[in-house]
Design a protein around this ligand. Structure first.
Ligand code: CS2
Length: 487
């Protein structure tokens, strides 16, 4: 099929009915400023919000803010803000255009425009998907201040970072009498609501101000696997849509959102379209981060070391699914009580089924990225909780050892692997100063206090178990190590 026209308002009438947006593009007044226009937001919160507005109404259009690169803005603007979500996994591709994006901002290029949007009384929610590192918090939730951030917070430099956008935006809103607001962090951080409240309070303190009244920071658990869009996905989206789309996102069918219901300025009727509104999201957050994201990271590091390209390929390493099941059952499940009606083992099994979706084309290196920022939230909590109850969580420690092997920069066959991580420089320097042996590498990395809290760094049993697993991986490689355990 040859696609001759490009997605945009003018192309809507020619799309198959099932591919048209659920709202008339441009007709919904903005009520949300969302920072982070990446694929995840566009396949998750934007889809829930569009469905909620279509079902129940409300002025909840989204102003999408790109933090750094203009590229996505240019592509979306050229399509009147429209893009499609390509859902894959059961053999039949489905593409549906989403029309809830009603305005744009660019934090790097026009931060004051973003601040004005946050201060707009029509806006009642500021949400974010900017990934762990953008918050500039250490694992204990302390703000990592440098001169540039200080200048941004105090109004002496353009506020292009997330902490500065929030602080300058909130102060401007307060000065303009903007009314109650909810700040909603949709990143995979443990306790994301309170953490961002802590971030904002610390950042306001630097600015010499206090948190204005009427600002809420509910925690939320977000879940949908949304990998980077590949050229093949772009081609498939065009075929399914019958129009060219330069900004499609690809996702699995599964999508889940659990949100603490604390929205003093109101919210879209997300609960009418499948989101779970609750008083306490902690059990869901732990379930998601520990029994899904940590297992994802396990696939990514072990698979990348074994030379496998995709998450789905990693699951084909003989014995790995069995090892992951034991990781879930023996190390993760004992650390928290799951939400009512859910078992950790059942949830983990569903996650493994989702990871096996090969059509997503989810690359190990994408999930492996930013390990220094991700592991404290998804893995180290499990290890710390098990250590506190006197257990040695061997499977979790194997995964940490795999990250350490990965951080060293080589796959099992000696091929270099790219360490894409904000602490890559620190990690390389630490490794260069240590012997390239299991105790040397483990010691050098455990000493990175930006990643490991002191009680883990000083834990001799943990260190010994890490050295043991690291040594196994070093001597035998991932495949033989896993085969040896699974035997
Ligand atoms: C993944 C997540 O890249 C990663 O670290 O584990 O992005 C994962 O796909 C999502 O959290 C699923 O909801």
């Amino acid at each position: 099929m040859t696609v001759t026209h490009r997605l945009g308002r003018g192309a809507l009438a020619s799309l198959p009915a099932a591919s048209r947006p659920a709202v008339v593009p441009g007709s919904v007044r903005p009520g949300i400023v969302h920072v982070g226009l990446g694929a995840f937001h566009r396949a998750h919160q934007a889809v829930f919000t569009e469905a909620a507005v279509a079902a129940s109404g409300g002025d909840w259009g989204i102003i999408g803010v790109a933090p750094r690169s203009r590229d996505i803005l240019d592509r979306l603007r050229a399509q009147d803000g429209l893009y499609s979500v390509l859902t894959v996994g059961d053999g039949a591709d489905r593409a549906r255009a989403v029309g809830i994006l009603g305005g744009f901002g660019h934090a790097a290029g026009d931060p004051y425009g973003v601040i004005a949007a946050i201060a707009d009384p029509g806006v009642r929610i500021v949400s974010m998907t900017v990934t762990e590192k953008a918050y500039r918090l250490d694992p204990d939730g302390r703000l990592l201040l440098d001169d540039e951030l200080r200048a941004q917070l105090t109004g002496h430099a353009p506020p292009t970072t997330v902490p500065a956008l929030l602080v300058r935006g909130l102060l401007r809103r307060q000065a303009a009498g903007g009314g109650p607001l909810t700040v909603l962090c949709c990143d995979n951080l443990m306790g994301n609501g309170p953490r961002i409240r802590g971030l904002v309070e610390q950042a306001l303190d630097v600015a010499g101000a206090q948190l204005p009244g009427g600002v809420a920071f509910p925690a939320t658990m977000v879940d949908r696997i949304v990998p980077a869009t590949s050229p093949d996905h772009i081609r498939r989206a065009a075929v399914a849509l019958g129009a060219g789309d330069e900004a499609p996102v690809v996702a699995e069918h599964f999508s889940q959102w659990v949100i603490e219901d604390d929205f003093p300025g109101g919210r879209p009727a997300w609960d009418g379209v499948g989101a779970i509104m609750t008083d306490d999201v902690t059990a869901w957050e732990k379930l998601k981060l520990r029994a899904l994201n940590a297992v994802h990271s396990a696939c990514a590091y072990l698979g990348a070391l074994a030379g496998r390209e995709l998450i789905a390929d990693s699951l084909e390493i003989p014995g790995l699914p069995a090892v992951l099941r034991r990781f879930i059952a023996e190390d993760i499940a004992p650390t928290f009580a799951p939400p009512p009606g859910v078992t950790v083992a059942g949830y983990g099994e569903t996650a493994l089924g989702r990871f096996a979706n090969r059509e997503l084309g989810h690359r190990n290196l994408q999930v492996a990225m930013d390990g220094s920022q991700k592991l404290p939230h998804r893995l180290l909590g499990t290890i710390a909780d098990r250590r506190r109850s006197g257990a040695t969580p061997g499977w979790a420690i194997l995964v940490l050892a795999a990250w350490m092997r990965f951080a060293r920069g080589y796959a099992d066959d000696g091929t270099p692997v790219h360490l894409d991580d904000p602490l890559a420089g620190r990690i390389r320097t630490a490794l260069a100063a240590a012997p390239d042996t299991a105790p040397g590498v483990v010691g050098a990395l455990l000493a990175l206090h930006e990643i490991f809290p002191p009680h883990l760094a000083a834990d001799d049993d943990l260190r010994a178990e890490l050295i043991r697993w690291y040594g196994e991986l070093e001597r035998h490689g991932v495949e033989a190590t896993i085969a040896g355990i699974a035997r």
